[in-house]
Design a protein around this ligand. Sequence first.
Ligand code: UDX
Length: 431
Amino acid sequence: MTRKVAVFGAGYIGLVTGACFAELGHAVVVRDIVPERIQMLRAGDVPIFEPGLGDMIARNQDRLSFTLDADEAVAEAEVVYVCVDTPPMPSGDADLSRVFAVIEALKGASHLTAVVVKSTVPVGTGERVRAALDAAGLEHVGYASNPEFTAEGKAVGDFMHPDRVVVGVWEDATAKLITELHEGVDGPVLVMDVASAEMTKLGANAALATKISLTNELATVCEATGADIEQVARAIGMDPRIGSHFMKAGLGYGGSCFPKDSRALRALATNSGHPFQLLTAVIEVNDLQSRRHIQRLKAELGGLRDRTVALLGMTFKPGTDDMREAPSTIIASRLLAEGATVRCWDPLAEPGAIEPWTSVSRHATPLEAVSGADAALIVTEWPELAGVSWGQARTVMRRPLIFDGRNLLDPQTMKGLGFTYMSVGRPTVSG
Ligand code: UDX
């Protein structure tokens, strides 16, 4: 059965949710408060980089519209999806003001059947939203928590073919409605209570972040003992009780979810009187990860002052233009603070995110970026970097030093080309 859905928030999650619901046959209005965003979307442009999203929006034009006007979005809606951002406050707690601003805008919308929160929120938010809905005279409107588990770069596929759809509710009727909304989605729907749904989202990201920090800690021990994390992680991951995903050593996790959500869960635990020691360690390991590897680079270069370092890859992972909490931002700041000259290359990074560092020069190709550099530091494993003519790179670099922060290249090949090749959790080799 097709439904009328209003999606509040035209960011990553809101746009993917809106487009996918339209693809499933529902009539969707997406509302945002940023005029440029809505203008772009109305003109057929997608303000974010997400493979497949633009095509999906284009082919569902008849069922998908965009507006700045909250009343217009809600006028016909049966279901309101809240997909606004919940940025961390200095305390680590999530700032929920945008979520409650949406609820405020629903006052008088007594024709609604349900309000659904997809934004990542602390456990207990559903209770507060329920109270806000009641206070707004919407006691009869159902409530659901329907967290997302989509990764950037494959968000459309993750929505349409999820491992699971989590629906947290207090009433069966709302569970039925949200389950029906997902008809056509290829994955099991798990209905549970609201607090458990909220907790599932934070817990899933904490589990993934833990796996990454565990791998990075193992990599550090590998460095000290001469073992190779790539071989170790591969072999460990073949045990299905552990699994091979998220066992890639690197310079630490970044992005809009893991850093924020792990801090939010820690804050939530602390506020509930439980110091979540394991998660605290996971966060600390991640915070130290890029700093520790800069120290290794610094030691190899005999200091960073007046050295030129080329950063290859700036986004928090390949396949996105997103620079939020990218390890490259910490690395660039640290290198500049230590007196190094920083050059960079990235195929997609939002220009606005690099421009603030006027002293970091951006180059059109990896070869141009490493020209004259004392070290090439691979921060993000863009596939283009595997195809660089490293033999040629060696001739334009001041020193033949590669620090591969993502273990993208083959040590023996780099050694054969005459490089000193350092990586994460693998022995350093020199040609
Ligand atoms: C993540 C979750 O995957 C998704 O389920 C959730 O909804 C939002 O957070 P995303 O932030 O898009 O998605 O990126 P993801 O691909 O998970 O990578 C996150 C970070 O972890 C990246 O910085 C990546 O480089 C790093 N990472 C990932 C590793 O360092 N090692 C790994 O093995 C995997």
